[in-house]
Design a binder for this molecule. Structure first.
Ligand SMILES: CC(C)(COP(=O)(O)OP(=O)(O)OC[C@H]1O[C@@H](n2cnc3c(N)ncnc32)[C@H](O)[C@@H]1OP(=O)(O)O)[C@@H](O)C(=O)NCCC(=O)NCCS
Length: 172
């Protein structure tokens, strides 16, 4: 079993019904792979998730209840002053309970901790729920990648969030 790498601690985040975010470990992989297959037609492989456990540039976190059940996960990576939300999913039976937002906010917290200037992500054009979630956190469309996704073929929207707002009293 790979050791899980040490990253700066995650700030405490919890939904109203007691679901919290923590770093993913090797014991979460089976559940994450199942959730991935449920959420995406072009699912990541098991080894993609396993490799994240030892990658210090990545955040791989899960949302977990008191009973230990994993309800969702987020993957983000950070290089220089840019971040990318690479994966985010919540179990179909656990949606609209604030878990996706909590996972996204955790990835944005980690970006701020690393002094990241901008965070990017790609989303399917038709994915209204995810687009609505990202818009609620201030992401804006910067590009469209035509026919980027397969199964089914679809455009990707590239969204960006600027984390460094100019100070309001900055000289102009
Ligand atoms: C997108 C996803 C992660 C959202 O997770 P979630 O736990 O349901 O999200 P939350 O409950 O935190 O919702 C936060 C906000 O997102 C928006 N939102 C989420 N689902 C929505 C939906 N079905 N319709 C409209 N808005 C939605 C709302 O603004 C919501 O706030 P509100 O509940 O106060 O109205 C989840 O739907 C999912 O796993 N989808 C499949 C995988 C996927 O598409 N991942 C993103 C790939 S880019």
């Amino acid at each position: 079993m790979r050791p899980t790498v040490r990253l700066p601690p995650l700030p405490h985040r919890e939904t109203g019904d007691g679901i919290r975010v923590r770093f993913a470990t090797a014991v979460d992989i089976d559940r994450v792979v199942d959730l991935e297959a449920e959420a995406f037609s072009d699912a990541w492989t098991r080894s993609s998730f396993e490799q994240l456990l030892s990658d210090t540039r990545s955040l791989f976190a899960v949302a977990c209840g008191d009973d230990g059940l994993v309800h969702g996960y987020v993957v983000a990576w950070y290089v220089a002053d840019e971040g990318e939300i690479a994966n985010l999913a919540v179990a179909s039976t656990s949606r609209r309970r604030g878990i996706g937002g909590m996972l996204l906010d955790t990835a944005l917290d980690a970006a701020r901790t690393r002094n990241t200037a901008s965070v990017y992500l790609e989303v399917r054009d038709s994915n209204e729920s995810a687009r609505s979630l990202y818009a609620s956190r201030g992401f804006e469309q910067v590009m469209r990648r035509r026919r980027y996704y397969r199964a089914p073929t679809e455009d990707a929207l590239v969204l960006k969030l600027d984390l460094r707002q100019p100070p309001t009293d900055a000289p102009r």
